[in-house]
Design a protein around this ligand. Structure first.
Ligand code: NAD
Length: 484
């Protein structure tokens, strides 16, 4: 078999130790890989590169398309960008997959039957980093959810469930509040779910869903979520399964993939031969399946399960009475190597089929073709930085600002209607949204909006943002305000 080139970053803190242990185990198990070492992380950041990754590392990763990465330390202080976010976004790694499994009775857990897979959307939502300070008092972060972005991750979750014989896919959203963004994610979930009639599907509002997952994780199988909820809940899931030190993860895109542990670089444990290499090792197991070496992946995974079962534990999972021997990173790796070829006796033996190879990413994904809707401009929301005392006073200032029937319909403050007929009790900031629409049937144009903004400027009003209001095939493409 020819060797598969992979890019490997040894990382910071405990990174080099757990990477050495991981590589030792998979090479002893017969992994046919050609390792290209790349430098990323703390030293690169501190040399003045704010992204933490140099051009030659990019070149290697883009060529091998497979990146095994130990945790890195992001230096404290402003200006340093998260390497993970940079790599995920640049390479289009849209799916973050984290299996969270309990190893009862060998690793202490409150949830012995837990075996869930979190599939987190990786590229959109509040993680696009588009933020602005708009007024003295107000800052804003943009939440972006697209139809293809949602469809790719939801389809990935169903394809994953199908490939690995999972029975159910659950979606977590907050569409009772974010009706358009989370509403779109939910709608696409329902559409895609129809194409997989053999897989059960359900949706939960994220707050009660998260509570249920933390209380009864056995009720879930595969969970698909937008980026922010996925970020938070995948850590919760890994922690309640037993330990963050045990979970591996992969970031998958159509052109490349990155494999890692979910924990950080644990600097306080660095250089002491204490860290648990299991998270990175399980990330490497996912990598072996991905590069078509599923039998090696199986050998490693089963030897690792046997080691855990034999009570050979690093300090983080060591429990008196359950564990047999407390070992360091190197000794743990040697114990796994000694068990290559063995299978667990109590825990379930893992089998990877040749058809798993390449994972879901290797399957062609056809997105639902959408017909472009007819989009009609019907008004505009103008956001102002204004420090006057009342909404009535602001409305008075705006009475003379009209263009071809476009006139002020409503003023809101933090989404709550304050004019007309606002309530005296509503708290006002210096950030006001003024909605202009026509009632005379005039077809609104962009030129009308420009003219309207000119009048704001003439009146000395500081507009900090505008949002055009559109209907799509006659359906309103914007929300109403509270109290409207
Ligand atoms: P951490 O995950 O490094 O550590 C949290 C706790 O878990 C610590 O008590 C640590 O000792 C323990 N722990 C973590 N991994 C362990 C292991 N393999 N074996 C034994 N114990 C383990 O989180 P943190 O302290 O918040 O972050 C430390 C640094 O890691 C920060 O610079 C952060 O930016 C970085 N980080 C990197 C990644 C990544 O590269 N993917 C992810 C998270 C955090």
């Amino acid at each position: 078999m020819s060797k598969t080139p992979i890019s490997v970053a040894h990382g910071d803190g405990i990174g080099p130790e757990i990477m050495d242990a991981t590589l030792q185990i998979i090479l002893e198990a017969g992994a046919e890989i050609e390792i290209e070492k790349v430098a990323v992380g703390e030293q690169v950041y501190l040399s003045g590169n704010t992204a933490g990754i140099e051009a030659d590392a990019w070149e290697s990763i883009r060529r091998t398309k497979v990146f095994l990465k130990a945790p890195i330390t992001t230096p404290q202080g402003g200006g340093y960008k998260s390497l993970n976010v940079t790599v995920r976004n640049a390479l289009g790694l849209y799916a973050n997959v984290r299996p969270c499994v309990a190893y009862h009775p060998f690793v202490d857990t409150k949830h012995p039957g837990m075996d869930i897979v979190i599939v987190r959307e990786n590229e959109e939502d509040l993680y696009t980093g588009i933020e602005h300070r708009q007024t003295e008092q107000m800052v804003q972060s943009l939440k972006l959810i697209s139809r293809p972005g949602s469809e790719k991750i939801i389809r990935y979750a169903f394809e994953y469930a199908q490939l690995y014989n999972r029975k159910k896919v659950t979606c977590f959203i907050k569409d009772n509040i974010m009706k358009m963004t989370d509403g779109l994610f939910h709608k696409v979930f329902d559409e895609v779910a129809k194409e997989y009639p053999d897989i059960e599907n359900e949706s939960w509002i994220v707050d009660i869903g998260a509570a249920k997952m933390a209380d009864t994780p056995e009720a879930f199988d595969v969970i698909v979520l937008p980026n922010l909820y996925g970020d938070i809940l995948s850590d919760v899931a890994a922690q309640i399964a037993g330990s963050v030190g045990l979970a591996g993860s992969c970031n998958i895109g159509q052109h490349a993939a990155m494999f890692e542990a979910i924990h950080g670089s644990a600097p306080r444990r660095a250089g002491q031969n204490m860290a648990n290499p299991s998270g990175l090792l399980l990330g490497a197991v996912m990598m072996l399946v991905h590069i078509g070496q599923s039998k090696v992946a199986e050998r490693v995974h089963n030897a690792w399960l046997r080691t855990i079962e034999d009570g050979i534990h690093t300090y983080d999972i060591y429990t008196e009475g359950v564990s047999k021997e407390k070992v360091g990173t190197k000794e743990f790796a040697q114990a796994v190597v000694a068990r290559l070829g063995q299978k667990p006796q109590t825990l379930k033996t893992v089998t990877y089929k040749a058809s798993d190879e390449g994972g879901v990413a290797s399957h062609e994904m056809h997105l639902i073709e959408s017909v472009r809707a007819i989009k009609v401009l019907v008004g505009v929301d103008v956001f102002l930085d204004w420090t006057g005392t009342s909404a009535n006073e602001l409305a008075e200032k705006l009475t003379n600002i009209t263009v071809k029937g476009l006139e002020l319909k409503i003023i809101t403050n933090r989404g709550v209607k304050v004019w007309p007929e606002g309530m005296a009790e509503t708290f006002n900031t210096d950030h006001w949204r003024c909605r202009f629409q026509t009632s005379n049937g005039h077809k609104v144009t962009h030129a009308d909006l420009v003219e309207l903004l000119g009048k704001f400027a003439e009146a000395g009003l500081d507009f900090v943002e505008i949002e055009s209001l559109y209907n799509f095939d006659g359906v309103q493409g914007y929300t109403q305000s509270y109290g409207q």
